[in-house]
Ligand binder design. Sequence first.
Ligand code: B12
Ligand code: SF4
Length: 511
Amino acid sequence: MLIYPALGMSGTFVRHVPIGLLYAAIGLVQKKYDVEIFDCRLYPQNWREILQSKLSEIAKNILAVGVSVMSGTPIKSAIEIGRMVKSIDPEIINIWGGPHATFFPESILENNWYCDIVVSKNAVSSFQQLATALLENSCYSNIPGIFYKHMTSKEIRSTPADCSTFEFYDYREIPYHLISDYSLYGQLDQKDKIIFPMYSALGCPYRCSFCSSPAEYNQIVGPKWVPLPVKEVVDHIAYVVRKYRANYIYFIDNDSFVDLKHVEAIMDEIERQGIRVKLGFRGARINEIKKMTHEFIEKLSRCGTDILHIGAESGSDRILDLIKKNCTVDDIIECNRKLAQHTKIIAAYNFIMGVPTETYEDLVATKDLMLKLIRENPQCLIFTPNKFRPLPGTELFSLVVNTWGYKSPQTLEEWVQVEAEGDYSDLWYTQKMKRYCDLLLIGSYFIDKKIFKVTSGGSLFYRLLRLIARIYYPIIFLRMYFSIDCFFIEHKMYKLIKELMPRFTSIKGNT
Ligand code: B12
Ligand code: SF4
């Protein structure tokens, strides 16, 4: 049984198809093993009871439970799942995979009795070999990318993963049939959207100093960014449109626009095949948008693109330089003006805050940039800024270790706190900066009036949110404009709401 855990605040608004689990299942389905997927996010209020009874019912037939784990809040529910599984039947093997397992496998096994094996990195083939070894009761210690505790010594042992190539599977191998109802997935209250996440390219050639990708692709032999064959991408789109009535494709590439000709060829093929579908891209950089012509953007728009997630990151040239974004603040402004002319495409900006050496003035510059982007492109979105987290293997990690003696979280419980919206503050945050980060966080929810742009307000939940946004907008605008972060009771209220929110779901208006 493969399980997707409950997520934190971001999971309240976005619930995309758990393709990490579908990919992990590829090798198992090839071998004709029985695989079932359980997605805790579908039952926000009572996933524990439902899972408990399901597991109890079929415990004797379960060889292993596999959980997909991202860093942060998902770890909390993954721990609960592990404990539940072991309390039902200690013989069931509990395996963790996913991004946290890939980046920090040891943190999962140390001092934890509820997880037996971790599968890191290119997981499809390793997971298949592991399942076979477990079924045949044979040794799994030589399978690449596996971490486990030695039976007697309890020492953590591992076999290096083979990371010299990207893991690529033909779309026909993805076992989409393991999910019975795709209409349960989506985002916000966008009821009519059937969203399918998909790759158009793998890897990333850039070296942003805060990001885990450069370390992740370090061992790849050859190019660090590989575009998938155009025909394969578009046939994949046509397949999910035809078979699962998908009407929205989210390209989850780290970066889709390294080679503009590749994207253009995909658009041409979509037009040639006459596929009617909306498209979203989550990986776009300013230096790439700078190269886009109006004709190129028009083609994106004509073929259905309605959103580009763009890494703007900071309003300070010094910080942009430090994090290696290959762009200046003026470039960001110029690109925003260019995109503003294409009204069907929303420019959605990501920001990062709390970067080491960032000053209060840098944060104010970021706020000024946010306001300018909205002023000059009223339809743009400002995503909630990510709080900088030092990830081992990144360039900035060495800086914070050497300068501030930073130690990364050691236990899983500590990793739970490492959330983009978390309340943790690192050694280089002054109280003044921390307060300002809180202002930017709360401000980002309201300042672009996103609730009116991306939701229909059809359900009670979203009608209420819209009302709150309408009343609060003038207050947060003044706070941001004049940088007033004192008596910030809104942040305290936000923290309270954040605790309660994940118990409910507001996806597609179901609360
Ligand atoms: C879509 C997405 C989301 C979605 C959630 C996904 C969903 N199903 O709804 C949303 C929007 C909610 C989200 C939120 C966040 N995300 Co996100 N997200 C992604 C994204 C773009 C795609 C994930 C995906 O589907 N990948 C495709 C699948 C095939 O890959 P995969 O999940 O890694 O699965 C493979 C292996 O990990 C493994 N595997 C997966 N599960 C399992 C289970 C078992 C048992 C086994 C054996 C193997 C296995 O098998 C697969 C094939 O090898 C990735 C970037 C990327 N391109 O991967 C970031 C990424 C996963 N996110 C990231 C981050 C930082 C975040 C946020 C903190 C961002 C934020 N500002 O809030 C939040 C955190 C959420 C939380 N803590 O609750 C980081 C990971 C950080 C980490 N250490 O966990 C990534 C890698 C982006 C990056 N480079 O920084 N995210
Ligand atoms: S932030 Fe984006 S562009 Fe930069 S290295 Fe990471 S994945 Fe690549």
